[in-house]
Design a protein. Structure first.
Length: 763
């Protein structure tokens, strides 16, 4: 298994996420030097504090020296990466620039605007709105004349609604939302952060029964009618028992799954223990060990069918009847029900959602205005008008070009602080960003591009100066730089090497084999039965060579009187026998053949034997192993008046105990469950509770009856390399890293200023 690492965690382990240092540039004391490259005491204290400030022995001499040892190893690895030129590659710079973009985001937002939007969202989450809408589509960058035409159309529709015409009828007639034909524009209940912000804003500001003015979103113009409002449903915490059944699987599997979940539901209603049944039968392997408990959720966070069933539960402990989702069948139990969480509890989550929501556009508007003011943005309106005048029909075709040597194109459009941006700069931007937009007028398209250019230029200017304006941002960038280098080098020197160096891995395993041991194990088959009668049936069946495959329905073959020919209907059914036997290597077919008195017979061989021989010959010719065919010859029988002799009866058997399990579960799910495994102590509570010895042992637990067939006791032994591979690779990676670091210590001179270390010690 390849060892992976999260870059953020890697950096946090050896550094921190925010640095708020003294902005005064004063000489720094050096605490550490690696091959002549200094690390200041301030930098070390910063990373130490972020990782150790809350530990009981923070700033003790022992703690400082232990962390300094880790930090030296970290800096040695980074130095090696620099020595190898890994910080100069195109890939490295591309990745770092990507992270710098992400790190810059907190500095490119308006905190007060964001806080107001978060508070507004929280307030709206207290209520759910039921609304309908009519949509007329118009693109966000549509030409003004097209936008006006759509606006006038939707105003006309609003007039009809205000005059009393039916909203649903007009939605079906005019709305360009595809779902309107079926739902008449009805969107049902929703809450904050589930719709685009302008639509949400209109819905929450419109009274019940009223119709909003046209609302512009990226989809077009909407009319919003609010039909109802209700208090938010809040949050529920539930547990569930799940029986998997994926849509598209066979009907038999669906019926089987439904039978099983119904049987579990009956047991619950009869008073059987939820936790026991969940642990025994639930197929949600992530939750069954916790009694089926799921994280709390609110409206819109679960599959609708599951969510609806959960919210209908009123009292803690209530359970639902089996309900279906795309993943299977569920029985849901209510654990807790509570209203919307407090603002303090939701603030962090809401901040993240607001930043990704369309309402964040408001934040950008305020940001641009602030950057213009802070950076003394000055625009030359006459030059802007000149730039617009150069737009011609080539621009909407995406083929605009310009003469950069033209003197008028060197005019200054605007300045940011003392930096000037010319018409040529703007036209270069236009040339790279233009797309074919035949529906836009040239001047309007040019004005759109100019607005984008101004905004992007202001943000780029701010990003380029963040490291000089904010010491914390500067430190963040440094941390990510070192982290990327460390990640890449560790991958080359340790993680990938440990996987690909098969000879080295094997050698390491052989030298440390005693670390990877199996405990004493029991090779056993566990028969988990619903009652003693089932256990008795299992014991009786286990004495047989074959188990009846009751779920594979047999057939009857009616031969022509006195004949044993494999043709017609007999041929068709013989081919089906071949198909069934090919489906499972464990299948065996038992065919009972007979004949009637009066059928012509060879004096030396009966008709029934001829039929058996003919079937065997045909099946073998089709590739069936003769050992998988059992012929039972009943000989000649007296004819029964009014009934045709069923000359060959087909029955399927299996050598697999799976057939026994399926057969007993056919009428009632969960009658029998069979597991075969090599068990160590702690793997299974039932196995742990019996004496470990070869043979069959009966026991009971939690109202279930068990037959445990221990076939062999395996004494402690080393795991093979394949069995222990994950652990061996992990240990080998640690070994390689240790050896590599020792080499780096010899390659690079490390000097520690112990006097500076001691200054950090706090009594």
């Amino acid at each position: 298994m390849r060892k992976t690492i999260n870059l953020g965690l890697l950096i946090t382990a050896l550094s921190a996420s925010v640095y708020a240092g003294d902005k005064k540039k004063t000489p720094e004391s050096v605490i550490l030097t690696i091959q002549g490259k200094p690390v200041t005491a301030t930098e070390f204290k910063y990373v130490y504090n972020k990782n150790n400030a809350n530990t009981p022995d923070a700033y003790s001499e022992k703690s400082l020296n232990e962390y300094l040892d880790l930090y030296v190893k970290f800096r040695l690895k980074v130095r090696e990466a620099e020595e190898l030129g890994m910080d100069t590659t195109k890939g490295f710079n591309s990745e770092l620039n990507g992270y710098k973009k992400q790190l810059a985001q907190p500095y490119l937002t308006e905190k007060s605007v964001t806080e107001n939007l978060i508070k507004e969202a929280y307030s709206r989450l207290q209520e759910e709105v039921k609304a309908s809408h009519i949509l007329l589509r118009v693109g966000p960058d549509a030409d003004p004349k097209d936008t006006l035409a759509v606006y006038n159309r939707i105003i006309d529709i609003r007039k009809k609604l205000l005059a009393g015409q039916d909203f649903e009828a007009l939605a079906k007639q005019y709305s360009e939302d595809p779902s309107a034909a079926q739902n008449g524009g009805n969107l049902g209940f929703f809450t904050a952060l589930q719709m685009v912000y302008p639509f949400e804003d209109a819905a929450y500001k419109t009274h019940v029964g009223q119709i909003s003015m046209p609302v512009r979103t990226r989809f077009g113009y909407h009319l919003v009618k609010v039909n109802d409002r209700r208090k938010a449903q809040g949050e529920v915490k539930v547990a569930h028992i799940m029986i998997r059944y994926a849509a598209g699987t066979s009907p038999n599997d669906s019926v089987s799954a439904m039978q099983r979940v119904t049987e579990i539901y009956k047991k619950l209603k009869a008073g059987e223990n939820w936790e026991m049944l969940c642990n025994e039968f639930s197929e949600d392997y992530n939750s069954k060990g916790k009694g089926g408990e799921l994280p709390a959720f609110s409206t819109g966070n679960m599959i609708p069918s599951f969510e609806d069933a959960a919210f209908k539960l009123n009292n803690v402990g209530d359970i639902t009847e089996p309900s279906q989702t795309p993943y299977g069948f569920h029985i849901i139990k209510l654990l807790d029900k509570k209203p919307i969480a407090t603002y303090a509890d939701m603030e962090s989550t809401l901040k993240n959602k607001v930043s990704k929501d369309s309402r964040s556009d408001l934040n950008k508007v305020y940001l641009i205005n602030r950057l213009k003011a802070e950076n003394k943005f000055t625009e030359n309106p006459k030059v802007v008008t000149y730039a617009y005048s150069k737009a011609d029909t080539s621009l909407p075709k995406g083929k605009f070009d310009y003469d950069k040597n033209l003197k008028t194109n060197s005019q200054v459009l605007f300045t940011i602080k003392d930096k000037k941006y010319t018409v040529n700069d703007f036209f270069a931007y236009v040339k790279t960003r233009q797309k074919s937009k035949p529906n836009l007028s040239p001047s309007f398209y040019m004005s759109q591009l100019y607005k984008d250019y101004v905004n992007e230029t202001l943000i780029s200017f701010e990003e380029a100066n963040l490291e000089t304006k904010f010491e914390d941002y500067k430190m963040l960038v440094k941390e990510y730089r070192d982290g990327i280098l460390l990640f890449s080098l560790m991958d080359t020197k340790v993680w990938t090497k440990a996987i690909e160096d098969t000879a080295g891995l094997k050698k390491y395993y052989e030298a440390n084999k005693d670390k990877y041991m199996w405990q004493r194990r029991a090779v056993a088959t566990v028969y988990n039965c619903k009652d003693q009668a089932t256990l008795n049936t299992v014991k009786a069946q286990l004495g047989s060579k074959y188990f009846e495959a009751a779920y594979e329905k047999g057939d009857v073959l009616t031969f022509a009187k006195g004949k044993a020919d494999i043709k017609g209907d007999v041929l068709k059914k013989a081919d089906e026998i071949v198909n069934v036997l090919n489906r499972d290597v464990n299948y065996v077919v038992e065919i009972t053949v007979s004949a009637e008195k009066g059928e012509s017979a060879n004096p030396k061989i009966s008709v029934s034997k001829q039929r058996g021989d003919a079937l065997v010959k045909y099946l073998v010719s089709k590739g069936v192993d003769k050992a998988k065919i059992i012929i039972k010859d009943e000989g000649t029988k007296a004819p029964v008046k009014g009934k045709e002799l069923k000359a060959a009866k087909v029955k399927y058997l299996s050598t697999s105990i799976v057939a026994l399990e399926k057969s007993l579960n056919e009428k009632q799910a969960l009658t029998l469950q069979i597991k075969e495994n090599k068990y160590q102590k702690g793997d299974d509570a039932v196995i742990d509770g019996i004496e470990w010895k070869v043979g069959k042992i009966e026991t009971s637990k939690n109202d279930r009856f068990y037959l445990i067939d221990i076939k062999e006791i395996l004494e402690p032994s080393p795991k093979t390399l394949d069995e222990a591979k994950g652990l061996v690779i992990s240990d080998y990676q640690n070994y390689l890293e240790k050896e590599w670091v020792e080499g780096l210590k010899k390659k690079y001179t490390v000097s520690i200023n112990n006097a500076e270390v001691k200054k950090l010690v706090k009594k």
